[in-house]
Design a protein around this ligand. Sequence first.
Ligand code: VAH
Length: 308
Amino acid sequence: RILIIGACGQIGTELTAYLRSIHGNHKVIASDIREGDAAMMQSGPFEVLDAMDYDAVEEVVIRHEITDVYLMAAMLSATAEKFPMKGWNLNMDSLFHVLNLAKDKKVDKVFWPSSIAVFGPSTPKTDTPQRTVMEPTTVYGISKQTGERWCEYYYNRYGVDVRSIRYPGLISYKTLPGGGTTDYAVDIYHKALKHKKYICFLNSETTLPMMFMDDAIKATVGIMDAPKENIKIRCSYNLASMSFNPEEIAESIKKHIPEFQISYEPDFRQAIADSWPQSIDDSEAQRDWGWKSEFTLDEMTKTMLDNL
Ligand code: VAH
């Protein structure tokens, strides 16, 4: 059986629905720090679970005979700058608990999300390579860089089958994201439909690597379904789809809502965005487990506006 920790989050919500559609509702146990919405609670087994409580995680893993764990709980970049120690402790304790359960053979396989936030101002900004200088300047980025080191250590030292992806900014219509810097790219669609205008907290030229959620879910399941011997990178794989800035996404929206207006009022999240790369080289993911992005910006815009 599969356990999703952080099932009510931006990725967790869609990952839970997708895995339940593939494996059947009762093979996928959803969990989060508090109960989810009606759709989540009615679609299969749910456990209220604190990812920082080892005994509680172990009890759920044993009682439900879990084999695969997707650890999607984390505090994202903007929020972690407000609560550094809470962010560090949540992101790291939850990872150690799941890695140790795998080390003790209580689970067989682990997925853990990393992020382009592991890169910092000294990282090459375009076509950022899989292996490069990584001096992250955010709590979130530091926790993801450290987590990658520990994933690789647990694989090399204890044979733990942990797999990871450095997600770009993710955009979806099924859930509101929480506390990210790339979240402007979700908010903009909601505001475009409601108010036909959006005040963006990043400036117009801030180009960031982005991905539509359907592509992210495909990549997550793709790396977990790949044969073990194909996974050559055990820290975390670069993953790419598209790169755009607020002006470009606004232009894409204007093709559907011509009167849409965007204005710019950068806040503390501008410095976070400026520390990240603009585009990512994901050739290893393409080579090792057949990754291929499907969605373009205009296709994503059409899907977002049709579904919101
Ligand atoms: C954030 N959406 O903004 C997340 C992600 C690369 C960005 O890590 O913090």
